[in-house]
Design a protein around this ligand. Structure first.
Ligand SMILES: Nc1ncnc2c1ncn2[C@@H]1O[C@H](COP(=O)(O)OP(=O)(O)O)[C@@H](O)[C@H]1O
Ligand SMILES: [Mg+2]
Length: 248
């Protein structure tokens, strides 16, 4: 389980997170939602230590991540893979080579052939095996996103943190990514934490939702809890007015 306990973070005079507390239980698909600028990306970067809290604690099972140094964080980053909003594949390398990188870096696989076989299997998990020898520039955004997900899976993470995985994708590709997250979670033993403001995705695949508003947790619950909430801020979001007056 990942636990955020009273996590606060400021940049300059701006308080982005204000005593944020919630758990990410294993096996479920948890979403973090909120307006643009609400602190969603900042929040998930705390899990891997890319951002450090000003106050509060982040726990990964019985490990207090917020106390760890860079060297110990390396093992946290193997257990919790982050898929950044803008998939950053290396353009000069094929899909297979991109996915093979973390395997090579961490010595997973003894021979080149073994590493390539593993990378192919990872691409197959995201239905990109037929494109193994293509280069990122030859692929659409949805395909690049799936390759980035395959790369994130390379070291068998327990958790995958997705930052806006469907933003910028057309609806067909967005739903494909949703189904992939579902499959990883139901059959792959991966716990997902997804940052999103894509309502179709949120109400389609979330088991639980944490809503951030003005730096604080506004509501934690199931999609039904959100549909039935009479909190005006929640209602506005659910009705699809993700931007506007509720902006943080
Ligand atoms: N490294 C940083 N330095 C200063 N301000 C930052 C930094 N990272 C994020 N912020 C600010 O924190 C706020 C929340 O950012 P972010 O978490 O990216 O929002 P979102 O919910 O859209 O993902 C924004 O106002 C952003 O400008
Ligand atoms: Mg963001």
């Amino acid at each position: 389980m990942i636990s955020f306990r009273e996590v606060s973070k400021r940049f300059g005079t701006r308080t982005v997170l204000d005593r944020v507390t919630f758990d990410v239980p294993r096996g479920a698909i948890s979403f973090v939602i909120g307006a643009s600028g609400a602190g969603k990306s900042v929040l998930i970067k705390h899990v891997t230590g890319f951002v450090r809290p000003d106050a509060g604690e982040i726990w990964l099972d019985d490990l207090e991540v917020s106390r760890l140094g860079e060297r110990e964080l390396a093992s946290v980053r193997k257990r919790c893979a982050l898929v950044f909003q803008h998939a950053t594949l290396f353009d000069s390398q094929s899909c297979l080579e991109n996915v093979a990188l973390p395997l090579e870096k961490h010595g997973r696989g003894r021979t080149g052939a073994e590493i390539r076989a593993r990378a192919r299997a990872l691409l197959a998990r995201v239905h990109m095996e037929p494109f193994a020898d293509r280069y990122p520039s030859e692929l659409g955004e949805g395909m690049k996103k799936r390759v980035a997900i395959a790369r994130a899976l390379a070291l068998d993470p327990e958790y995958v943190l997705f930052d806006e995985p469907t933003t910028g994708l057309d609806p067909v590709n967005a739903r494909r990514v949703d189904r992939l997250i579902q499959t990883l979670s139901r059959e792959g033993g991966v716990t997902s934490l997804v940052v999103s403001h894509d309502l179709t995705s949120i109400f389609g695949i979330a088991d639980r939702i944490v809503m951030l508003y003005k730096g604080r947790v506004r509501l934690i619950g199931t999609p039904d809890d959100f549909r039935q909430s009479d909190d005006p801020v929640v209602r506005q979001f659910v009705r699809g007015e993700a931007e506007g007056p509720m902006d943080a």
